[in-house]
Design a binder for this molecule. Structure first.
Ligand code: MRU
Length: 369
């Protein structure tokens, strides 16, 4: 993505000081674009937990660089492994649903197993984290390359603007670059295919209204923000050609955890014969789980995220109470869409059926489990 004409990733090492990791403070968007400096593993953990960064792939990338920051904190005289394992434990506890977090930390711990000194640990963890970032960018690009065919096919059939519905932010901001659900959309737009995106606002944190709308706007993609409950109506009236969402964890049999409300969109899509695709890099696949509804841990967040909303007023960004103060609220962060409601999974290796057979056709190396 370009920000002010400059190709920009969502996470990077500071250009002049590689002991600093920089991330976009997504809590401030769309009203302010600011970078936050992270210099310790605990700051990286805070950034993930408080949703300075969010979105499954970016959570993983931040944890990977967080462990590199932990290595910088260890003095060469110390037993360097103990503190790094503890830092990995703290980073791993920040958010429960997105499996990319554990995938990235496991990759870093494996890299750590290959070094013998604290200095080597710093170097190796930096290199491995950078490889994770590069791989994420490439995988998201490939997701777009495979997914754009779906949009092209609809355009070839109808000759009309292709209307795509998405939920939450599975975009550039959720990854290192490109996004997952948005990558086919950006690539279609860049090829001159007319696309229009229905952006679910995505209560309670409004990642759709705040983040997806902002980044689509930055890239010049026509879009409309809709209340979360509008999708079914739009589908009944033929106004959605295709739904593409992201995933925080997808099981071996193709069940998909994604932001709360995704399941309802999948049900509406199923009822209206709207193709419902899930875009995900392989780091989001959890090959150890089968039944997503029973087995995927669902994050529950503060009830204040439901009870209060923030937005821009003439006095700046303000938070307001939207329900009786005494009413309790429930805040389940994610839900699970069963594989039977998913038309296909768009991965960096191609598109497959949401089933164990489909996934294994693209990832045969996982057959043994
Ligand atoms: O709670 P969030 O904002 O981290 O949730 C993000 C999502 O649900 C995304 O759709 C998912 O991580 C896929 S990101 C490519």
């Amino acid at each position: 993505m370009k920000i002010n004409g400059e190709p920009t990733r969502t996470i990077r090492l500071h250009r002049d000081n590689p002991r600093i990791v920089q991330v976009i403070d997504q809590r401030q968007l769309p009203h302010q674009f600011t970078w936050m400096d992270l210099t310790t593993a605990d700051e990286a953990a805070y950034a993930i937990k408080d949703m300075v960064v969010r979105g499954a792939p970016l959570i993983g990338a931040t944890a990977a660089l967080g462990l590199y920051l932990a290595a910088l904190e260890v003095s060469s005289a110390d037993d360097f492994r103990g503190p790094l394992y503890q830092a990995a434990e703290r980073l791993g506890q920040t958010r429960p649903t997105a499996v990319n977090l554990h995938w990235a930390l496991n990759s870093q711990l494996k890299a750590l197993g290959q070094v013998t000194t604290a200095a080597e640990a710093v170097e190796r963890l930096r290199q491995n984290a950078e490889a994770i970032l590069d791989a994420d960018e490439e995988q998201c690009y490939q997701i777009g390359r495979h997914g754009v065919g779906l949009i092209e096919a609809i355009y070839a059939r109808t000759g009309q603007t292709v209307n795509i519905l998405t939920h939450c932010n599975a975009g550039w901001l959720a990854c290192v670059d490109w996004g997952t659900a948005t990558s086919p959309i950006y690539q279609a737009h860049d090829r001159g295919i007319p696309v229009h995106v229905w952006v679910d606002e995505t209560r309670p944190r409004n990642q759709g209204a705040k983040l997806t709308a902002w980044e689509l706007g930055q890239h010049g993609v026509p879009h409309t923000v809709i209340p979360d409950n509008a999708g079914g109506h739009l589908m009944q009236h033929g106004l959605v050609d295709l739904a593409i969402v992201g995933s925080d964890r997808t099981t071996r049999q193709g069940d998909v955890a994604n932001k709360i409300g995704t399941y309802l969109k999948a049900l509406a899509a199923h009822d209206n014969d709207v193709p419902f695709y899930v875009a995900l890099p392989s780091s989001t696949l959890d090959w150890t789980l089968r039944d997503g509804v029973k087995e995927i841990p669902i994050e529950q967040r503060s009830q204040d995220e439901v009870k209060y909303m923030d937005g821009l007023s003439p006095r700046g960004v303000t938070s307001v109470l939207i329900c009786p103060e005494a009413s309790p609220a429930a805040n389940y962060g994610f839900d699970v869409t069963p594989a039977r409601l998913v038309t296909g999974l768009i991965t960096e290796r191609g598109i497959c059926a949401a089933s164990e057979e489909g996934l294994l056709s693209l990832f045969p190396e996982q057959s043994a489990q």
